[in-house]
Design a protein around this ligand. Structure first.
Ligand SMILES: [Zn+2]
Length: 167
């Protein structure tokens, strides 16, 4: 598994365990080259789903691409990656159980917004505002680009003050 930070192919698995609902295996990995840590999930792929875009073009459903746009919406939000994983698993299961080999990009956008609304209000607003701006030409890559720009802006801000309280 290539390191997402430095591109090294030498990453090592530190820990491997099933998720709570046993639908995936979660692996914590570390990159010996840059020290980067990241998590991967292994899961069953039931069948190939096609996405029908507004343009009429059909592309294979890309879970990773969807995950990336959701992760960017969740940037700097402290949401357990396992909850995100479960949300996306549920979303994919919904798509697969609809019995159609095809799903519209609009439907996916709606499901993502539904999921994010329950997960994190800020991420929901980020995703929804981008989704609405793109309206007709919903394209997850465009969302990723837009949100990436927004996240870069956010990084220029000073970090939030640590939460007060506690004993
Ligand atoms: Zn690395």
């Amino acid at each position: 598994m290539r390191c997402p930070y430095c591109g090294s192919l030498e990453t090592q698995v530190k820990d491997s365990r099933p998720t709570e609902d046993a639908s995936s295996i979660r692996r914590r990995r570390v990159c010996p080259d840059c020290g980067g840590r990241f998590t991967t999930f292994e899961r069953v792929q039931l069948r190939e789903l096609m996405v029908l875009k507004k343009s009429g073009r059909r592309v294979p459903f890309d879970r990773e691409k969807l995950m990336r746009s959701i992760e960017i919406a969740l940037r700097k939000r402290s949401v357990d990656p396992e909850r995100v994983e479960r949300m996306v698993n549920g979303l994919v299961r919904q798509l697969e159980s609809q019995g159609e080999p095809e799903v519209t990009s609009d439907r996916i956008g709606e499901l993502v917004m539904e999921g994010l609304r329950l997960l994190d209000g800020v991420a929901y607003v980020r995703f929804a505002s981008v989704y609405r701006n793109f309206g007709e030409a919903l394209d997850f890559r465009a969302i990723v680009n837009e949100l990436a720009g927004e996240a870069a802006e956010a990084e220029k801000q000073p970090p939030e003050a640590p939460a007060s309280g506690g004993a």
